[in-house]
Design a protein around this ligand. Sequence first.
Ligand code: SF4
Ligand code: SF4
Length: 440
Amino acid sequence: MQTSFTPQQLSNPDVAESEKILRKCVHCGFCTATCPTYVTLGNELDSPRGRIYLIKDMLENDRAADRQVVTHIDRCLSCLACTTTCPSGVDYMHLVDHARIHIENTYKRPLMDRLIRQLLASVLPYPTRFRKALWLARLGQPLAPFLRRTKALKPLASMLDLSPKTVPSASAFTHQGSHLPQGEKRGRVAILTGCAQPVLDPAINDATIRLLTRLGVEVVLPKGEGCCGALVHHMGREEQALAFARRNVDVWMDEIENGGLDAIIITASGCGTTIKDYGHMLRLDAAYAEKAQKISALAKDITEYLSDLDLPALERNGLTVAYHSACSMQHGQKIVMAPKLLLKAAGFAVRDPAEGHLCCGSAGTYNILQPEISAQLKARKVKHIEATRADIIATGNIGCITQIASAASMPILHTVQLLDWAYGGAEPDAIGRLNKKRAV
Ligand code: SF4
Ligand code: SF4
């Protein structure tokens, strides 16, 4: 694609980077076929190619974002399916990141939209606030049908709909500090405990620590780590996202210097994509660029790390798993086979639902901010998952777990919970219930 940025515009490193990305696009349109919003809405402006044109026009003309650009960029899930499909290697992720920051800096959203975004950015990344908000949401759930009648209040209705009926207690097992390995020590890792995941489903981090320590890996949870910044990063709130990133870099660098780390383990693939991008996000910060690169290089999804541990192959256990690959896993981190191979080796039969490349509509805060498109994608995803007639669904991202669980008739667990159980860990309640049903 030809561009006509001025030398002065290109002196801005963010614009210079976006220009390079834009130039790679050859307008072929292959990406439209795998874009969930194009597939759902059929509008070129809701396709990657259409959005690329809108972004180019806005940046090249040094224009503030307008309503049209904001509408179509807001509808983008940042699922990155387009980056998997694109034959020219267009780095759409960093282009849309730039566009979202530009929107945040130049566009004044309607009052209710601003308030809802402020609420999300002030609550979701903080586990204590998020836990309290979930309790309040339980009380407010009967209001959801009334809120849904007013367009501007629909996101509030979605928040209430998505909040769980019960809020699990905080884990007594997953404590800060070191979890020592059993037997001979094979490694030392930190895990990202995260923000929303330990509140919504503390059993995921519990299973991760149990499995890794049984395999001889010391697991540390350093004091001070927190939200990876992905939620606010995708809202264009760059300063807040970078502050989260810097804090985590400091905490993990301290751990590297005092004990060493073989990896930083992430159990939510949405967070993994962002932490692997810290090196890029902080590339212009002289004090952090090198450290952030180091942290990104150490970041590993739990399934990537387990794949290197040569777990033994187990007998078939009679359970069939429908594996849902989160977009941040397959498109963001390009991890496709590792989770399925681990599940197979652990004794599960694994089935791939049709249209596995399409997003489930969760996408961070998307299911709150774009409830209609999200609901259509969820219905499509659940239909394909249920068609596999598997016993259970496995995935590697808490956002997808929450989204799919709200509609699917089968139980859904994190991949690591199934692996922990298969290799001698505690039985997840969902498997206990399944086995009981089969015994009747
Ligand atoms: S990130 Fe996903 S929704 Fe956005 S343009 Fe690419 S494929 Fe479409
Ligand atoms: S597939 Fe790649 S090169 Fe083709 S239109 Fe989409 S982004 Fe551009």
